[in-house]
Design a protein around this ligand. Sequence first.
Ligand SMILES: Cc1cc2nc3c(=O)[nH]c(=O)nc-3n(C[C@H](O)[C@H](O)[C@H](O)COP(=O)(O)OP(=O)(O)OC[C@H]3O[C@@H](n4cnc5c(N)ncnc54)[C@H](O)[C@@H]3O)c2cc1C
Ligand SMILES: Cc1cc2nc3c(=O)[nH]c(=O)nc-3n(C[C@H](O)[C@H](O)[C@H](O)COP(=O)(O)O)c2cc1C
Ligand code: SF4
Length: 653
Amino acid sequence: MKKYPNLSKTCTIRGVTYRNRIFSTPTGLTYPDEYSGAPDFRTVLFYEKKARGGAASVNYGETPVNNVDAVRRPNVDVIRPDFSRMILPAKDWIKFTDAIHRHGANPCVQLAHAGLFAEPFFNGASTGKVIGPVEMDKENGTHVTAMDEEDMARIAGDFAEAALCAVQSGFNQVMVQCCHGWLLAQFLSPAWNTRTDEYGGSIENRAKFPLQVLRAVREKVGPRVVIQIRISGDEHQKNGWTLDDCIAFCKMTDGIVDIIEISSGDYHNSEHYCWVNPLMGHFVNIPIAKALKEAGVQARLTAVGGHNDPAKMDQLIGEGVIDFFSIGRGILADPDLPKKFLCGREEDVKPCIRCSDCMAGLYTGYYQCNINPAAGQEAYLLGTPAPKARKKVVVVGGGVGGMEAAITAFDRGHDVTLVEKGDKLGGTLLFADHGHKEDLRKLKDYYVRQIEKRDIKVMLGTEADTALMDQLHPTDIIVASGSTHRVLGVPGVENAKYATAAYFEPETIGNKVVLIGGGMINCEIAVSLADEGKDVTIIELLDGTARDANMFIKPTLDELFAQRAESIHVITEAATKSISENSVTYTDKDGNEFEVPADTVLYAVGSIPNSAVVDELREWPDWESFRAIGDCTGAGIVKKAIHQGYFAAMDIL
Ligand SMILES: Cc1cc2nc3c(=O)[nH]c(=O)nc-3n(C[C@H](O)[C@H](O)[C@H](O)COP(=O)(O)OP(=O)(O)OC[C@H]3O[C@@H](n4cnc5c(N)ncnc54)[C@H](O)[C@@H]3O)c2cc1C
Ligand SMILES: Cc1cc2nc3c(=O)[nH]c(=O)nc-3n(C[C@H](O)[C@H](O)[C@H](O)COP(=O)(O)O)c2cc1C
Ligand code: SF4
């Protein structure tokens, strides 16, 4: 008997068979061809890995339905032909769908229209007009024209044509984007749709145009194609779409739509609900699935939202709460997640830490995953030569950087010794054994397990130096010696502790806590101390807190701080002057001095690289290659340590 029989069960809808209950939902690291906009070979290689990894369905992601008024950003793929430029995208999309089919998965594409967020500049055939449910002037000065029935008929036709092009390109499943604040959600949501005609007001009216689109798509693709929609369970925005709206609308789609994928949030106001982060829960949309089932919605249900536990997934399917599970970032972090879940090897899944830097990367240009350095780099992997010899590798430092380097070097066939001066592997992340940073703890534990599973020689309690190199005589050295926190340079610092005392010695933390330094480390500690009933004051030199948080985590943190406003006090543009046994003195930007009472003072004001061992070992004369990686080259985040560890090991040839 399978460990997870419900998760492993096949399901056939309209003649399309799903080999299990795990969908890979869009986390597109896509590289559209510069001329045609169709997916190029790097994109195909990336998605093929998801299909090979065992998902039942692999969703390509957002694809505009026209290039007149649907496109919102430069790097997206249009699926319809552009005869004026002799672009026939089907031939490129077939390369994509073939790559999914040949591994037994079903390819799906998400058809979308950005509505009032479209950018004429990115629409090759733009008339200059931006359309939406209501007439308005946006903050950036763009005028939005309210759609009339002619526009609605045209856009419904665009969705239908795009769906047909998708089917002709080998997709047997199409997803219509009805959430996250794009055009159909703009009609559905009372926050965006304030029309007073028959397309606004009641949910029946707001649903009219989206239903027109869905009917047009069904009519065009016929009965043998699976239509999926993505819907928000709750927009979490003022006057926004609620669960009641969601239930009513989903019932209206009965008979047209086969699968409903539940997400939450709105891209423009409550984006952090679209991809939950470590400050939020897992399985966040399951209550919505339950409510839809209870209301008798006929379509099969799936959901996104940090699904990381196959036992729970199996149980929920078994209980009839949901039919499939969609996973986005988890599969980006480890494309083999479905296979590993299904054969009960979840301990081998590299767990996504939900940092959402992959998503932030779509805006900064870093199409990367923090913990999976190979994601999106499939072309690099093709070009990397296999090692010519089995080298003798010594890795110094058993943090995530060193462990990644050791695992990668071992898996490439080398003889690897990992040297760690502490009595455990884990490095800086050992703090996560205590307290709330569960995602990071799971990542650290994954690495430790993977080291244990391999024939890597681990020397704990051993400080690396040149004498040790004389003894081990490696050909290649990777140093990942990490960093040490910077000691705050103010009088009375002996009355304070480094911030991780909140994790390692929680029993020593008093009721009134002052945190010096307003970066992410202290902000996260502030939330957890406030939840323990403590009164917390953050003193920060600059003019804001959590400046090192990305654009998705920051709004969550702001929300958590606002909810705890009575117990978390933030003082910015304030210079700490001194610390006593029971208070902290600081000056504000005008030089006025204040004193804050404190039972406990913690600080986090940066780190200093452990570079002495790097300098020492670099001088050892017999190495063939030498690399320093991770925090010992300047404190960073796990991405830096893991990526540098991986690529350094790949360079040992
Ligand atoms: C409180 C806190 C919260 C954080 N939260 C996040 C987060 O949410 N997301 C994120 O991405 N990053 C976070 N970070 C940063 C992240 O933990 C580090 O960037 C990462 O762990 C660095 O990994 P590393 O392998 O380079 O070094 P480390 O993990 O520091 O490992 C270095 C290892 O080298 C060993 N060593 C040193 N010298 C020698 C020697 N001579 N011989 C043998 N061994 C030696 C040390 O004992 C240590 O085990 C956080 C850091 C802190 C302190
Ligand atoms: C890099 C990246 C790209 C994404 N692209 C899309 C997209 O094109 N369309 C969409 O509806 N959601 C997109 N998402 C959201 C995911 O499909 C998914 O809903 C989200 O990551 C939450 O699910 P998870 O917790 O399993 O990651 C993207 C997410 C990421 C991280
Ligand atoms: S680890 Fe971070 S970057 Fe990687 S998939 Fe998860 S959220 Fe995205």
